[in-house]
Design a protein around this ligand. Structure first.
Ligand code: FES
Length: 106
């Protein structure tokens, strides 16, 4: 089971902002969307684009390479050319810190 990784202190990540952290080799984008936190892998399932270089459009992250959109709540690919989801991760607030964990290998 991997450890929780601290992303930022609450208040350092404003609504509409995101930050990338390395969690045991996985690049994870942690997003503040309207005060709630979501985390998706920083990899587009179409051709490996770095989602964090793209943009947030509502609750979807848009890949900067060919425009695929991913739901930040579910990881689901919402528009072609991506069809497979990207991974999502649990986020918690603990002791005033936003934390994320890669739970895929639990
Ligand atoms: S690499 Fe993301 S849409 Fe092509």
């Amino acid at each position: 089971m991997s450890d929780w990784i601290t992303v930022a202190k609450v208040g350092e990540l404003a609504p509409g902002q995101w930050r990338v952290v390395d969690a045991d080799g996985a690049q994870i984008v942690v997003i503040n969307y309207k005060g709630d936190y979501f985390a998706i892998e920083d990899v587009c399932s179409h051709d490996g684009g770095q989602l964090s270089n793209g943009d947030l459009d509502g609750d979807e992250f848009i890949c900067p390479r060919h425009g695929a959109a991913f739901c930040i709540r579910t990881g689901k690919a919402m528009t072609p050319p991506a069809y497979d989801p990207t991974a999502i991760f649990p986020v918690r607030v603990e002791g005033g810190e936003i934390q994320v964990r890669d739970d895929r290998w639990d």
